[in-house]
Design a protein around this ligand. Structure first.
Ligand SMILES: [Zn+2]
Length: 188
């Protein structure tokens, strides 16, 4: 799946602004913005991006700056190796379990990472960018099909996520502690 859809879906599910916040959402503060988005939103967004930006990101930015290309030609082997590690459910589960011993909420936001892997399983065919869920124990790549070769999968997920986020923001802002002040102001 495309990286932005990963980030938006991770934050929609595993941040307090999204589903993880239940009916309450972020912990209310005196700051209007922080009462809708707290650190969990940024954390889940980051862990949604993480498997792709850590592996392909530096090479992609380097290619864009110095080779003036999109960087999908001549990808160095180490990029694929990092990609295998960041797309392994074994690695993600082990690290999340470890973090959960110290900070449960942070570990919950990290679940955007395995969710990224699960969506990639179905939207990447076996190949250099196949999803090797049991790496490094096994090199087996899940038999999905490449999203960038399917017109619907290049546009539909991102459109769905934009609609989902419009709904989340509407719901959170309407339920925010500041919405009552707003009503009072408009009644006067
Ligand atoms: Zn990925």
């Amino acid at each position: 799946m495309d990286t932005l859809t990963h980030a938006l879906s991770g934050a929609a599910l595993f941040s307090r602004t999204g589903l993880l916040g239940g009916k309450k959402g972020a912990i209310p503060t005196k700051n209007r913005m922080l009462s809708v988005f707290d650190w969990t939103t940024g954390s889940a967004f980051f862990f949604g991006l993480f498997p792709d930006i850590i592996s392909i990101g530096p090479h992609f930015v380097y290619s864009l700056l110095f080779d003036n290309s999109m960087g999908f030609q001549a990808v160095p082997d180490f990029v694929f190796t990092i990609y295998k590690y960041t797309h392994s459910l074994l690695i993600a589960s082990a690290l999340i379990l470890l973090v959960s011993l110290f900070n449960r909420t942070f570990a919950l936001t990290m679940l955007a990472w395995p969710f990224h892997i699960v969506t990639d399983m179905f939207t990447h065919a076996p190949g250099p960018f196949g999803t090797r869920v049991f790496y490094p124990i096994s090199d087996f790549a899940f038999p999905g099909s490449d999203w960038w070769k399917n017109g619907y999968l290049t546009t539909l997920p991102i459109l769905i996520m934009i609609v989902v986020w419009i709904f989340i923001l509407w719901y959170r802002i309407a339920k925010s502690p500041f919405s009552d002040d707003q009503n009072l102001i408009s009644e006067r």
